[in-house]
Design a protein. Structure first.
Length: 189
């Protein structure tokens, strides 16, 4: 009986999150259905949950992974894992290797900023070359709060205090209504 209750609770949580995701998409991104979508897939729990929600929502998509090679063989193993995941889901997969340390030295920015710049430059390139309509990334509400706090401590203007926008050109962030806890609970279920 306890198992049956837990199974029902699990199904309810998954259904709730999926319905909330679909409702958010229809409100914030109504023209997304039927579009050619690329999903930025890091291999972390956030982007994997986004992938699962998109597949359950019926989106036709491909995935893109940036291998920043910052963790040696582990970075390569992540890229290989994503390649295999895409294959099992029957998804086209794009993987690019980057060198953010050298970019950071050249541009005199942090490695984190270098990785961000390289990622978005590549996403823009994929959009243009392969005619994707949108790229989805898995930033969530905790990321938005963190960005707000960092910007506030730096003494940013009003624009910086807005945190992470839901949309930056053709890059969409459909996970912003969800917290890290929501995402972890969904992944565990």
């Amino acid at each position: 009986q306890a198992y049956s209750y837990l199974l029902t609770l699990t199904k309810s949580l998954i259904l709730y999150m999926l319905q909330k995701f679909k409702k958010h998409l229809s409100k914030s991104f109504p023209s997304l259905k039927g579009q050619k979508i690329l999903l930025g897939l890091s291999g972390g729990v956030d982007s994997c949950v986004l992938l699962d929600l998109c597949l359950k929502s019926g989106f036709q998509l491909a995935v893109a992974h940036c291998n920043f090679q910052l963790r040696g063989k582990d970075s390569d193993a992540d890229a290989e894992w994503i390649k295999n995941l895409a294959k099992t889901k029957n998804l086209k997969c794009y993987i690019e290797n980057f060198h953010p340390k050298s970019y950071a030295r050249t541009k005199k920015v942090s490695i984190q900023m270098a990785a961000r710049d390289l990622r978005y430059e590549w996403f823009d390139q994929l959009l243009n070359e392969l005619s994707f309509d949108f790229i989805l990334v898995a930033h969530h509400s905790n990321d938005a709060i963190e960005t707000f706090m960092i910007n506030a401590m730096r003494g940013t203007g009003l624009k910086g205090l807005l945190g992470i926008p839901e949309r930056r050109g053709k890059i969409l962030r459909p996970m912003l209504p969800f917290s890290r806890v929501d995402i972890m609970q969904y992944a565990l279920k």
